[in-house]
Design a protein around this ligand. Sequence first.
Ligand code: FAD
Ligand code: NAP
Length: 324
Amino acid sequence: MSTSPLIQPQSDSDLEALRQEHYNASIIQLDFIHEMLMRVRVQADDGRLTYSPGQYTILALGGWERRMDGPSRIAEEALSRRLIKRAYSISCPLLDAQGTLAPCDSYPYLEFYITLVPRSDEEIPKRPPLTPRLFALREGDRLHMSHHIVGHYTLDPVQPEDDVIFVATGTGEAPHNAMAAELLGRNHQGRIASLTCVRERSDAGYLKEQHILSETYSNYQYHVYTTREPENLDPAHPGYVGKQYIQDVFGSHQFEADFGWRPDPQRTHVFLCGNPDMIGVPQRLADGTHEFPEKKGMIELLVGQGFQLQHAHTPGNIHFEKYW
Ligand SMILES: Cc1cc2nc3c(=O)[nH]c(=O)nc-3n(C[C@H](O)[C@H](O)[C@H](O)COP(=O)(O)OP(=O)(O)OC[C@H]3O[C@@H](n4cnc5c(N)ncnc54)[C@H](O)[C@@H]3O)c2cc1C
Ligand SMILES: NC(=O)c1ccc[n+]([C@@H]2O[C@H](COP(=O)([O-])OP(=O)(O)OC[C@H]3O[C@@H](n4cnc5c(N)ncnc54)[C@H](OP(=O)(O)O)[C@@H]3O)[C@@H](O)[C@H]2O)c1
């Protein structure tokens, strides 16, 4: 373990000046689903921002801000006067204060869904830089939020009659919530399935809202799949099912059993977001064929079922957003 000295704290007025210079938004609400998972609402000083559901923006904090997992050490000093920036998909509260569906752009703030990446087993200087600082924030605190909202992971290719399947791991559910709220709000005619794979059921941060939407809209259904509950890990458990990876759901009849319909590549768009191993992005070879990663991901599975990967200039019905 490193024995480097701690960075000397800067004066309060110095910190205030840095915040004034760099920050342009405030945390107006923080909901901890548990200590490593949060839903956070951020309001820009300049008012409402425009974007398409599914897009992302940048959140940033100064390297001078407090970490929830202990003070910065000398190796991080270079960061201390700089902003640490990371991309975050814009999520959606799904239901407003009255409990009814409201499109995301009707809220004066942006909602984000963020997991804490804990300290790794590696050297302390390699601790993840931003999330331990985001998780030390409290309501009213200031931060930087880019007004330049970007991304091609949107509903643009979806026609009103198409079926839509959203597939996520963990916080990869964020953009799907924004897109689902948009589709339901515009009275989408096709079926909408949203699937999220999490370690434990308590890692599904929108469960209550998702159940209400599934009960309210006949064309919308949400299912959570787990990998680390007792029934996933303990063969002696009476309900033992093993790890429920999303690939298992699509590689068997599980999807049909859970959603009551079969994905038809002729009329279905699939959106994949989160862990790159679940997505399994292939390399595109010179002859136009794909070389898939060793671990089988969703893209390989869907291509095998007749779906087509969208490329920059080639339309397709598999779309993805990788988080790392
Ligand atoms: C387009 C885009 C949108 C994103 N949207 C979100 C979002 O809505 N919510 C969110 O929590 N993160 C999101 N991320 C990831 C985010 O940008 C950060 O990487 C993450 O919050 C960790 O930041 P960090 O500085 O603490 O660690 P980093 O140094 O950025 O990451 C360290 C490691 O943490 C793991 N990791 C990173 N993000 C996640 C994650 N979400 N879930 C599980 N493990 C992860 C990876 O192994 C990564 O190598 C998004 C990334 C991209 C590219
Ligand atoms: N309470 C806790 O301690 C807690 C809870 C949640 C998150 N975390 C931390 O938060 C960070 C993010 O974790 P996360 O669970 O949100 O994200 P994650 O590691 O991406 O995992 C999300 C889900 O994807 C599954 N998955 C992993 N590899 C896959 C693959 N090749 N194909 C398909 N699915 C795959 C995971 O199953 P596996 O079970 O196989 O990993 C898990 O169910 C981690 O660093 C973690 O330590 C901690």
